[in-house]
Ligand binder design. Structure first.
Ligand code: ATP
Ligand code: MG
Length: 597
């Protein structure tokens, strides 16, 4: 039997798509406030939005009749002439409020300018009361007991802390899209975010990402045809371990779009390691007919009429801006010439005591054969391209006889302050000094941790590191485990951590960057897993910060010491991210390259 579903069931089904978690309900409410022309929006949350979500605005407000209509399905004021392809508001489907009201207790209080206020309460789809309300002009929507009658959904709610992080992210993205609007968030009675009305875009982006972005970014303003790309792009050196710090907007709408994400990745490709991500806030504006916003119930995806144009605009715009500040992207060399660079198996090293217990950490397996094309070959070429300014060489003496015992050869010089050039008996070796050293630090750290807590080095002055609140929450929750690894930190106010000691093995390192990266890293973890179980990742993140940076000039003695240590350290052939740390070009191949063979 085919039957028409009753309205409350239809709403609940729609809610399945639109209201996935507290953050998605919050997103709809804030969007409505923006569409209503609000200049100030105040958000109150209880227990990460699972207990309470309240959004107050000073927008146009609704009459009692409009409030009732707003709670009905497919009732919207935003498509006056049926032209969905011309939609300029954030909402247009007319289903957010009825969907939310079908899975929670929703109170709408609203008052248009020059009229009285009215309240309507709907509890899981049923009218639960209405009457006059004393509120200032504008609208206040309160959502309580979300999913209380939908146990299947309730079960999937994460901890209040995690849901709060989702809510904060949603507000940040909308606040970034609309710098002229003021926003506040209060969570469990505490003010956690304030951005004033009337800000300009750069100030707003910096306030919501990282104040340090101001000095570490370039402004983008690029026009191609009728499409404009604006915003800020972080310098490649200001990279992060996760892609969460990418804020993308199309016609003022925050989106997560594969075309855009792929284009950003492509633009930075030659300037960043594969597992590092840039910080960007990019705003694309185009005629609304050139983009379809009606492709996703939560309206977070869009479809471009001409994805190639958009991609080209982003790649071209970002590259031009970054090139202008001296981060030249690099031409790719011919694949044929580079195919000859290879990595060979070193004679198996005797594992140092205490190391064996950690097992093999490789993620991609040892690759003795030809180099994969792509990033690695680019790195080689980058070295060649930058050869002149930074190259240094030692006078060529006769090789000491010991070279035969050294599979990685004897250091001959350094290129681009990043790669060590060594001469082995059977060929030419190039070593990525940062990747190689990082691996050595990680292996030392593993060995140290195998025999109890790692040594900590107290900082002369404890350092205060400012982070966003969810980041601090995560670090605080894991403080005991981090202490075991030698990182001693504690909470220092809502949005800062106080670092007292860092792992001794890391030597001097940038504490702020280390702690920010760890906070990102922890965000990816299941709360049930201990850091020990994730040791590889956490230790690797730490090791990265304790390693010789690309760009540091090394003495010949330092280079040789690094080569010798690599030869006796297990797994030293690839860095902690699975890329090779060194490659070799055999003498035979060198001869081929020059047509001598
Ligand atoms: N904060 C508010 N201030 C003024 N009017 C509002 C507010 N929130 C909702 N409305 C009115 O209620 C209507 C229904 O809102 P609802 O969010 O359900 O749908 P929508 O925003 O039109 O579309 P979408 O489902 O895409 O969000 C809106 O079209 C608007 O007229
Ligand atoms: Mg809406």
């Amino acid at each position: 039997m085919i039957r028409r579903l009753p309205e409350h069931l239809v709403n609940r089904i729609a809610a399945g798509e639109v209201v996935e978690k507290p953050a998605s309900a919050l997103k709809e409410l804030v969007e409505n406030a923006l569409d209503a022309g609000a200049t100030r929006i105040a958000v109150r949350l209880g227990e990460g939005g699972t207990r309470l979500i309240e959004v107050s605005d000073d927008g146009c407000g609704m009459t009692p009749e409009e409030i009732a209509l707003a709670l009905e399905r497919h009732a919207t004021s935003k498509l006056p002439d049926d032209a969905i392809e011309l939609v300029e508001t954030l909402g247009f489907r007319g289903e957010a409020l009825p969907s939310i009201a079908s899975v929670a207790r929703v109170t709408i209080e609203s008052r248009p300018r020059g009229a009285e206020g009215w309240r309507r309460v709907v509890d899981n789809g049923a009218l639960a009361g209405e009457g006059p309300a004393a509120i200032p002009p504008g609208t206040r929507v309160t959502v309580e007991a979300l999913f209380e009658r939908v146990p299947a959904r309730r079960k999937f709610l994460r901890s209040a802390r995690a849901e709060y992080a989702g809510c904060l992210d949603v507000v940040k993205r909308l606040a970034m899209a609309r710098p002229e609007v003021g926003f506040t968030i209060e969570h469990d009675g505490r003010r956690t975010l304030t951005v004033p009305a009337g800000e300009d875009r750069p100030a707003r982006v910096a306030a919501l990402t990282d104040r340090a972005l101001v000095e570490n970014s370039v402004a983008i303003d690029h026009l191609r045809g009728e499409v404009r790309l604006g915003g800020v792009a972080g310098l490649p050196t200001f990279n992060r371990g996760v892609a969460d710090h990418q804020f993308l907007f199309v016609n003022g709408r925050p989106v997560r779009d594969r075309v855009l994400i792929g284009a950003v990745r492509a633009a930075y490709q030659d300037m960043l390691a594969r597992d590092r991500h840039p910080v960007v806030a990019l705003f694309i504006d185009m005629p609304s007919v050139a983009v379809d916003v009606n492709v996703h119930p939560a309206k977070t995806e869009v479809r471009f009429q001409d994805p190639g144009l958009v991609r080209g605009l982003i790649v071209g715009g970002l590259r031009a801006a970054l090139d202008a500040v001296g981060h030249r992207s690099v031409q790719r060399p011919s694949a044929g010439a580079l195919g000859a660079w290879r990595q060979e198996e070193l004679a198996p090293a005797a594992p140092s005591p205490g190391v064996s217990g950690w097992g093999a950490p490789q993620r991609t397996g040892f690759q003795p054969s030809f180099l994969p094309r792509g990033v690695d070959s680019t790195r080689l070429f980058e070295a060649a391209a930058q050869y002149q300014p930074a190259a240094r060489a030692e006078p060529a003496e006769a090789l000491p006889p010991s070279r035969i015992a050294h599979p990685l050869g004897v250091a001959r010089g350094q290129v681009a302050a990043t790669y060590i050039v060594a001469e082995a008996e059977d060929g030419l070796v190039l070593v990525d000094q940062h990747a190689a050293h990082e691996r050595l630090v990680l292996e030392r750290m593993r060995a140290a941790l195998a025999s109890g807590p790692a040594a900590a080095q107290a900082l002369l002055l404890p350092e205060v590191v400012e982070l966003d609140e969810p980041g601090c929450d995560r670090l605080e929750a894991r403080a005991a485990e981090l202490a075991e690894m030698g990182l001693d930190l504690e909470r220092f106010g809502p949005k800062a951590m106080l670092v007292r000691a860092t792992p001794a093995l890391l030597g001097r390192s940038d504490v702020r960057a280390l702690v920010a990266d760890l906070a990102d890293e922890l965000a990816a973890y299941d709360e049930a897993l201990s850091l020990k179980e994730r040791l590889d990742h956490v230790a690797a993140t730490m090791a990265c910060h304790g390693s010789v940076r690309a760009g540091r000039i090394l003495s010949v003695a330092e280079m040789n010491a690094l080569l010798r240590e690599m030869e006796v350290t297990p797994h030293s052939g690839q860095c902690n991210h699975g890329r090779p740390t060194w490659v070799k070009l055999s003498m035979g191949d060198v001869e081929k390259l020059f047509g001598r063979k």
